[in-house]
Design a protein around this ligand. Structure first.
Ligand code: COA
Length: 171
């Protein structure tokens, strides 16, 4: 077994990525391309994800996405927003992540967050904002395990308040 790692999105992981999409669809969490389109156009899908870093659509800040890979399988996704805009300041923050349902509660979320913080530092982001729902216990544990300090809880008109955590710059 090899150590799980963060990889840039790649067609190499097509099969397990699409399996994961089916899992996300079952929990109504997938808003991306349909599996049939992913199957026929996976290369374009990967290109689109990569382009978010250099050529994001209007209104989006540049975003780098990594996939966590374990034993050559897609485990989940994490993204770094290179800077905040007004909307990300209250919801979204610098870093987002999700672990495919079949691989949750195995420590991957915590590890993915630890590894992506290293990548965010390389991009020059000193203070890192991460937000999560007030009822998302798993995400709160992940953020706190990675040094997140709760700033406040804001009302974004969602069912749960949004917790805003900062991970300060290293000494
Ligand atoms: C939140 C999420 C990323 C957690 O991923 P994960 O791989 O299960 O996380 P880990 O295995 O590292 O778990 C971290 C801790 O949270 C706990 N945990 C995870 N899911 C939990 C849940 N649903 N309820 C209670 N505790 C939970 C784990 O037991 C672990 O606790 P410990 O550190 O005391 O052992 C995953 O559930 C997910 O992708 N959810 C949907 C998307 C999402 O919410 N993303 C975050 C947006 S802010």
């Amino acid at each position: 077994m090899t150590e799980p790692f963060l990889a840039l999105p790649s067609t190499q992981y097509k099969s397990s990525f699409i399996d994961a999409v089916h899992e996300f669809i079952k929990e109504d969490r997938w808003r991306g391309w349909k599996p049939s389109l992913l199957r026929s156009e996976f290369e374009s899908y990967v290109e689109n994800v990569l382009l978010m870093e250099t050529d994001p659509p209007a209104g989006f800040v540049p975003q780098t996405t990594y996939w966590m890979i374990a034993d050559d399988q897609y485990v989940g996704r994490t993204s770094i927003r290179h800077h905040l805009n007004a909307s990300l300041e209250t919801f979204g923050g610098h870093i987002g992540y999700e672990v495919r349902p079949s691989m949750r509660r195995m420590g991957y979320g915590t590890l993915m967050c630890r590894l992506v913080i290293v990548e965010a530092r390389k991009l020059g982001i000193d203070r890192i904002l991460i937000t999560c729902d007030d009822d998302n216990i798993g995400s709160q544990k992940i953020i706190e395990a990675n040094g997140g300090i709760l700033q406040d809880k804001v009302d974004n008109g969602r069912p749960a308040l949004t917790r805003r955590y900062w991970i300060e710059a290293p000494e």
